[in-house]
Design a protein around this ligand. Sequence first.
Ligand code: ATP
Ligand code: MG
Length: 159
Amino acid sequence: KEADINRLLRYAADRFSMFSEQQEVQLSLDMPSKLPPVYIDLDAINQVLDNLLSNAIKYTPQGGSVVLKARENHKQKRVQISITDTGIGIPSRDLKRIFERFYRVDKARSRGQGGTGLGLAIARELVQAHGADIEITSEWNEGTTVTFWVPFAQGGKTG
Ligand code: ATP
Ligand code: MG
């Protein structure tokens, strides 16, 4: 399950270019020219990126921005991936429960975009299935960042 994270991230940004244009949200990809191979389930991390990017775009008002960023951390032998938006944010009282299944912040506030409240719960399960971490930070009315880490292929288990 050695995978090319470079392609995965570019594909993810491409997949969402249409949706972000529709929503009038600026989507950009910030990554070095070449990240090392990682040890992941491609389909799973693809799903994680889908869930996080769709949230970032749908909870960001027109004129805002979303940045998909990746950096390699040599010391920890892993790649850090974050999705930052300038959207509506999540109140701190909701933040500790936000990864629970079906948990949603007052749905009236989203831009008429429905949802089931499963996206973040699934993203966390898929990341944790890799033995990796996921974190969220958010400021009400300012924006949100979700960060997760995936292991280098050489640092991960093989076979
Ligand atoms: P689904 O993803 O199942 O279609 P959903 O988007 O409501 O539905 P989650 O992705 O699990 O469900 O997110 C849970 C709740 O967290 C959302 O309803 C929303 O209130 C809040 N949320 C998630 N991501 C963001 C974000 N980037 N900015 C602001 N609020 C967010
Ligand atoms: Mg969602």
